[in-house]
Design a protein around this ligand. Structure first.
Ligand SMILES: Cc1ncc(C[n+]2csc(CCOP(=O)(O)OP(=O)(O)O)c2C)c(N)n1
Length: 631
């Protein structure tokens, strides 16, 4: 059977084991070649090929509902559900998403992207089914990494007592993005060790039964005492104690066995957990050897595994970590906190130097923030590095635990703005709306890597909580605009201009300089202001420039962002508001490269220039009319 002929799961139901093995090989080739072109989540998908085949053969999708936690491992599912021919468009603008999307296919039962939501969503679907008198199955596929997230426990607690029929497949590859952490992870290791006991048991049986005369009775004796031995070797089940049937651990690459267990689980009445063991990156040696690097990978060469493109600039996170190491050298109280993102945030560099001062709390952003607040209350100086999109989870912790007690925690908000190919679930476009309203917070946004260094060097002076937001794309404005010392609360006038003023935040400062250059060609002199402190606003600069048309620019939703903050201030002062606030509209923005998305949103420098020219013309005309009226 050719993968390209699989139009729906129906097409694989009757395949022989041999044909399935051939199909699995084609799936892996397609995954490797496509991700090598497009970038994406490779290792997790390679590890889940047999499970996905088994799920699609045993269950009746889309009548039965299948939910992938995080959803980054749903590529195989996409290939088996009629999306093979569009798979080459993976993660590209207008192409198929790297995550499940209900809008994309009826086979995608629930949209995911952030970790640890699948059991809650699955329980919701199961309850909807029960109340409507329907009969289908609900299956949640959850990784051991996602299991470190608090929502999973809230959902397990609820599902275990509900007795609702729900199948949870726990895909245990011992990895989150990095090596998994935490007590549950250790418990899973214990269960895995018990697997060793299971195979030993199989070996003992076959050996005993070979002994003529006494073999069989001897085996029966051993079998009777099995529970005794098992109680010694297998730890008390975490899942069974919560009210789940537990199957496992099971070899997650043995498709036939997986099917057998899934069918058994389907026949049960209550909730169950099937614990399967897989190898991340299975079937591609480079990914098996470096599962962390191939978790989410940019385009690469299949033969060598090397990235196709290397950035000439270091990531913001790397520069942040270098500065943090410097601060940690000077001050023993400096510690770093990550929620399972040491690699992505750059903190792995910090870990190399200060292993004992890096706290990876698992995929637990809420806990990370409150724990850091506790550290600060205990006299430490915690720096919490978190992606903007995941920081959304910790809003209450920021307000209630860090800000209200005015604790000196520094939040390093990475991937702020449009992140590109990961799309709607991952864009970091709500963090200003989350932080600007919080009393006592200092909110900063460096215009480039050098300003981030300067901000980091300033942080020891901070008396209360500080947020520093920066984007995925590195920027160095060094040659034309070297960074002098950073002073919080005072904006930097990068370029003078009498005709209008561009007030720009973070990643938009460089774009504002481009707009300035475009406007200059049209004879307009626009001042460019780097509004590096988003909260508190530099009110003096705002008052000073309020005699000229103002334009704000931010890579963030307009509602509740910088532009609206400036507008509220100016209106309160009875000064004219900005002519245009450039920012993101009130809609979820899909996937594509950052450049494509900015163009789509009309936020490329030449597009903003055109709008500014029109606005200035209209403003000039209305200004003249007013003057004429007065005359
Ligand atoms: C709330 C949240 N925080 C962080 C992430 C980033 N992230 C994506 S996948 C992943 C690891 C998931 O590990 P696991 O569930 O074991 O899946 P695997 O990739 O190992 O199959 C992390 C931390 C996320 N998606 N959501």
């Amino acid at each position: 059977m050719l993968l390209e002929d699989v139009k729906s799961p129906q097409d694989i139901k009757d395949l022989s084991q041999e044909e399935l093995t051939g199909l699995a090989r084609q799936i892996r080739d397609t995954l490797i070649n496509t991700v090598a072109e497009r970038g994406g989540h490779l290792a997790s998908n390679l590890g889940i090929v047999e499970l996905t085949l088994a799920l699609h053969r045993v269950f009746d999708l889309p009548n039965d509902k299948l939910i992938f936690d995080v959803g980054h491992q749903s590529y195989v599912h996409k290939l088996l559900t009629g999306r093979y021919w569009r798979f080459h468009t993976l993660r590209s603008f207008g192409g198929i998403s790297g995550f499940p999307k209900r809008s994309e296919s009826p086979y995608d039962a629930f949209d995911t992207g952030h970790a640890s939501t699948a059991i809650s969503a699955g329980l919701g679907l199961a309850r909807a089914r029960d109340l409507k008198g329907e009969k289908h199955h609900v299956i949640c596929v959850v990784g051991d990494g996602a299991m470190t997230g608090g929502m999973c426990y809230e959902a397990l607690n609820d599902a275990g007592s509900s007795k609702t029929k729900l199948i949870i497949v726990l895909n245990d590859n011992e990895m989150s993005i990095s090596q998994n952490v935490g007590a549950l992870s250790s418990h899973l290791t214990d269960l895995r060790i018990s697997k060793g006991w299971t195979s030993t048991k199989r070996r003992v049986r076959s050996q005993l039964e070979k002994i003529p005369g006494v073999g069989k009775p001897l085996y029966r004796f051993v079998h009777r005492t099995k529970s005794f031995f098992k109680s010694l070797v297998v730890p008390e089940g975490f899942f069974t104690s919560l009210g789940f049937h537990y199957f496992g651990p099971i070899d997650g690459h043995n498709e036939a066995h997986l099917e057998h267990v899934l069918r058994q689980a389907g026949n049960l009445d209550g909730p169950c957990v099937i614990h399967i063991i897989t190898t991340k990156g299975f079937g591609y040696d480079k990914a098996e050897q470096q599962p962390e690097r191939f978790h989410g990978v940019p385009p690469f060469y299949v033969e060598t595994g090397d990235n196709r493109e290397t950035s000439p600039l270091p990531a913001f996170g790397k520069v942040m970590a270098e500065e943090l190491i410097r601060l940690a050298k000077q001050d023993d109280r400096v510690v770093a906190v990550t929620a399972a993102m040491a690699k992505g945030t750059g903190l792995e560099c910090f870990e190399e130097v200060y292993k004992e001062r890096l706290f990876d709390v698992g995929i637990a952003e809420e806990h990370a923030v409150t724990m850091a607040a506790g550290m600060a209350a205990g006299g430490l100086r915690p720096y919490v590095a978190i992606y903007a999109t995941f920081f959304q989870r910790s809003f209450d912790q920021l307000v209630h635990d860090a800000a209200m007690q005015h604790l000196p925690v520094v939040f390093l908000i990475d991937r702020a703005g449009l992140v590109g190919e990961d799309g709607a679930t991952h864009h970091g476009v709500f963090d200003l709306a989350e932080t600007i309203p919080v009393p006592g917070l200092t909110v900063l946004a460096p215009r480039d890597l050098n300003e981030l260094r300067a901000m980091m060097q300033w942080t020891p002076e901070a008396k209360g909580p500080v947020v520093i937001r920066y984007g995925r794309k590195s920027v160095d404005m060094g040659e034309r605009f070297p960074v002098k010392q950073f002073k919080p609360g005072s904006w930097e006038v990068l370029l003078p201009g009498k005709d209008c003023v561009l007030l720009a935040v973070g990643s938009m400062v460089r774009e504002a300089v481009s707009v300035h250059d475009c406007l200059a060609k049209e004879g307009i002199q626009a001042a460019v202001v780097n509004c590096s402190t988003v909260k508190p606003l530099d009110e003096d600069v705002l008052r000073l420039f309020s005699d000229r048309p103002l334009f704000t620019m931010e890579e963030h939703v307009l509602t509740g962002g910088f532009g609206s903050e400036v507008t509220v201030f100016l209106v309160g002062e009875e000064l004219p508001p900005p002519l245009i606030t450039f920012g993101l509209p009130d809609t979820f923005i899909q996937h594509g490269s950052r450049g494509q998305l900015l163009r789509y949103l009309g936020m490329m420098p030449e597009q903003m220039t055109r709008r500014i020219l029109v606005a200035l013309r209209q403003h000039g005309q209305s200004g003249q009319t007013r003057e004429a009226d007065h005359g």
